[in-house]
Design a protein around this ligand. Structure first.
Ligand SMILES: Cc1cc2nc3c(=O)[nH]c(=O)nc-3n(C[C@H](O)[C@H](O)[C@H](O)COP(=O)(O)OP(=O)(O)OC[C@H]3O[C@@H](n4cnc5c(N)ncnc54)[C@H](O)[C@@H]3O)c2cc1C
Length: 394
């Protein structure tokens, strides 16, 4: 990295290894999973030091032993990539994003220089504040991160409720969720069927009351599966049943994540258009899903990190899937993804760059939508810290 000799660029980095860009034909991958395995909880401060080789599952299991937790996402499989790209958790509405928990960042800039950067305070220099902003939410463009120090949260028992619903019920549920207390969040996934997945913090009075009302109305006619679990480390999987019509077991996919403020009444038309596109999916594994943020995630200034869409309360994401090696369905699925994106775009002005796509034609469009007016600032940081463009292009 110091001598700018890595070719072809970009150098790919693998932490959890769950995204399509941790390895690619003809590219070098720096796989951090073997060598960066430190995980230490300081009991007195409740801060955890986490190496880039661990998955979120390992982090949660270790913290649970001390009755601590971390706002991880809907799966324990991702690693540091989850935190570095923002990290939206089913508990983000009460605990914030994953990047909001970062206290210290350790790594190697794209130019090969190592660094340790601490969360700035009011008296920190402008340079340190901007560097921190860049690292929180856009680190993969600037540096290889080898470890983080993170604040942790008390372990909280959760109620997870899941049920299948019709399109009209989904509309109703989305409307209701927009005024839910922060202790509750809605996730839904729409493929061959539609499934809702609610997460509520148990022992929260507002949440308990809202759940009681839901049971009397929307939930009373549906078969609902309720799991009370000790914390996020016991979250049941968020997925649709395996699709029996899928042509082969091995498949590839690309995901685009969007961000939007409250949908309100515009939701009805949006969902109607979406229903038409859902009927035209080129592969049964293509789907649209969404998770809810807001609450605590809105309380942080948009200038504090590279996650600028602090007003967002929905993150819909679109998955294009195809049988491995089938270039025809691949193209159809990517076209379908773009159609769904165009349909959602009027209500979703932001992008959540949880998955990067420098290999696809819409990379620039995603960068602009993800970072908005902050993009030139990020590009300045990149020119300083990754002048040879060793890491993904910005
Ligand atoms: C099943 C599943 C559920 C998910 N649920 C959520 C969710 O609830 N909320 C949410 O916000 N996201 C979610 N995601 C998205 C996921 O968090 C992102 O795709 C994340 O980037 C994957 O992390 P990873 O460690 O597996 O990254 P990898 O696949 O290992 O790497 C992906 C890219 O991230 C960058 N990167 C990774 N590690 C580093 C590092 N140490 N230093 C510099 N760059 C690095 C690199 O550019 C790399 O190419 C989910 C993904 C999956 C597969």
């Amino acid at each position: 990295m110091r001598s700018a000799q890595i070719k072809p660029k970009p150098l790919l980095v693998c932490s959890g290894g769950t995204s399509s860009r941790c390895a690619a034909d003809g590219h070098w991958t720096l796989d951090l999973r073997e060598s960066y395995r430190q995980l230490h909880l300081d009991i007195s401060s409740s801060h955890v030091t986490l190496g880039a080789g661990h998955s979120m599952k390992t982090l949660l299991s270790e913290l649970a032993r001390y009755r601590r937790s971390f706002p991880s996402g809907l799966s324990g499989l991702p690693g540091l990539g989850y935190i570095l790209t923002g990290g939206i958790s089913p508990l983000s509405r009460s605990q914030g994003l994953a990047i909001d928990q970062i206290i210290e960042i350790k790594g190697v800039w794209g130019n090969g220089e190592s660094f340790i950067q601490s969360k700035p305070v009011a008296s920190s220099s402008l340079k340190d504040q901007l560097t921190w902003r860049g690292l929180c939410g856009a680190a993969p463009f600037l540096a290889v991160i080898t470890g983080l120090k993170l604040a942790t949260q008390p372990l909280k028992p959760l109620r997870i409720w899941q049920f299948n619903l019709h399109y009209e019920q989904l509309l109703d549920l989305i409307h209701q969720a927009e005024i839910w207390p922060q202790s509750m969040s809605l996730q839904w996934i729409w493929g061959n069927e539609i499934k809702a997945y609610g997460v509520s913090i148990l022992n929260d009075n507002d949440g308990a009351e809202t759940f009681k009302q839901l049971q009397k109305t929307l939930l009373c006619n549906n078969i609902i599966k309720i799991d009370d679990v000790a914390g996020l480390h016991e979250l049941p999987p968020f997925m649709l049943p395996t699709c029996s019509k899928a042509p082969t077991d091995r498949f590839h996919s690309e995901v685009v994540g969007l961000l939007s403020p409250t949908w309100g009444n515009s939701c009805d038309q949006l969902m109607k258009s979406l229903a038409d596109l859902m009927a035209k999916r080129p592969d049964p594994r293509c789907c649209v899903a969404a998770q809810q943020l807001g609450g605590a995630t809105r309380q942080i200034s948009k200038d504090a990190s590279s996650f600028i869409h602090r007003q967002a309360i929905w993150k819909p994401w679109i998955t294009a899937a195809w049988p491995a090696g089938d270039t025809h369905i691949k193209q159809q699925s990517l076209n379908w993804l773009e159609q769904v994106w165009a349909t959602l775009e009027p209500c979703c002005d932001g992008v959540h760059l949880a998955q990067m796509h420098p290999h696809l034609p819409w990379h620039q469009r995603e960068l602009k939508a993800a970072f908005g007016e902050w993009l030139p600032g990020l590009q300045e940081l990149k020119a300083c810290h990754d002048p040879y463009g060793t890491l993904p292009p910005l």
